[in-house]
Ligand binder design. Structure first.
Ligand SMILES: NC(=O)c1ccc[n+]([C@@H]2O[C@H](COP(=O)([O-])OP(=O)(O)OC[C@H]3O[C@@H](n4cnc5c(N)ncnc54)[C@H](OP(=O)(O)O)[C@@H]3O)[C@@H](O)[C@H]2O)c1
Length: 311
């Protein structure tokens, strides 16, 4: 059986728990495609999983290959998969139980979309998980409509920078919180108001909004209640918002886990091709340096996405 390189964990821990090792190339099932990975996006879920802080992966599931975002060339196609041929380039947010930090990855038929024309493979690999999370948060859970006002807490990160642009493409008015050095970036992405969260309070800086997309949690989430209109909604990717604060402020709340969705991904790809969504890359690392990539994502200032490149 052919072998390949993969980045796996055999136990939970710090970056040292990541092993760059040889494993067998998997066989695609009837409803799967095998993808020669060209680039893999790095997301906070990857280091949370590595540390044992992701509820649906526990010690008994190990070893696992990390990574949920892939851009690659189709190497083999399962018999039940339609709209996909060997040699095509695709992107996917990969479901739980499979990985992307590896030379060949398995993708389900309902997870992929064709790679956006005009994007590089590194940009394309940065899009799926962040794009789908932003889409599901804004539209499926927040039901954001054209003309509404939305605040995106954490607008310079992987999810936030895409969320700003999806909300603008929908016709919403968009405010976002970022570090001072990212104000220009947020405005370039289309934000109508960019607030430096280190220096300004949203309560003082911002008129009430219909929706908050919370990508930060903690105190930032709590403070968000003060700026949501009565009857508005606070949607979080990070933690369940307080029911008590929701009732007190007359605000609806939602907390969700993003799910792979190839159709939504194809809609996001179209927005990239129409130049409504730009993908901002922070740093690129080789697959063998996945540990350093995760360290940077977890501990350093984040601006856009980090990607592992497989040459
Ligand atoms: N539920 C789900 O399915 C789901 C899906 C995707 C992501 N998530 C979670 O959502 C969160 C964001 O993900 P991501 O990929 O965007 O992470 P990321 O790329 O690491 O970005 C986080 C951003 O937050 C900013 N930030 C930190 N503290 C802030 C504050 N108090 N106010 C405003 N911005 C602040 C950082 O900017 P500075 O460096 O300038 O501080 C950084 O740009 C993570 O916790 C992730 O695990 C959940």
């Amino acid at each position: 059986m052919a072998s390949m390189k993969a980045v796996r964990i055999h136990h939970f821990g710090d970056e040292g728990a990541l092993n760059y090792e040889d494993v067998s190339v998997p066989e695609p099932g009837r409803n799967q495609i095998l993808v020669k990975v060209l680039a893999a996006g790095v997301n906070p879920v990857d280091w949370k999983m590595r540390k044992g802080g992701y509820p649906s992966v526990d010690e008994a599931d190990l070893p696992i290959t990390l990574g949920r975002d892939v851009c690659g060339r189709v190497a083999a196609v399962g018999s039940d998969v339609e709209n996909c041929s060997e040699g095509e380039r695709i992107i996917a947010f990969i479901g739980e139980g499979r990985g992307a930090y590896e030379e060949y990855a398995l993708v389900e038929a309902n997870e992929f979309a064709h790679m956006p024309r005009f994007a590089t493979t590194n940009e394309a690999a940065a899009l799926p998980l962040a794009g789908i999370t932003a889409w599901q948060g804004l539209f499926d859970h927040g039901n954001l409509q054209a003309g509404q006002r939305v605040l995106i807490q954490g607008g310079s990160g992987g999810v936030g920078h895409i969320a700003i642009q999806l909300a603008k493409a929908k016709g919403a008015w968009v405010a976002t919180t970022v570090s001072g050095s990212d104000i220009e970036l947020a405005e370039m992405l289309g934000a109508d108001q960019a607030i430096n969260y280190h220096e300004e309070s949203i309560e003082e800086a911002l008129e009430p909004v219909d929706m908050v997309l919370d990508l930060i949690g903690g105190e930032t989430q709590e403070q968000s209640f003060a700026v949501v209109k009565s009857g508005g909604i606070l949607v979080s990717t990070v933690q369940e918002p307080s029911e008590a604060l929701a009732n007190l402020n007359g605000v609806r709340v939602a907390w969700f886990k993003a799910e792979p969705n190839g159709r939504q991904l194809a809609d996001i790809v179209k927005l990239v091709e129409d130049e409504k969504v730009k993908i901002v890359l922070n740093r690129i690392f080789p697959l063998s340096e996945a540990a350093e990539a995760q360290r940077v994502l977890e501990h350093e200032h984040s601006r856009g996405k980090i990607v592992l490149e497989l040459l």
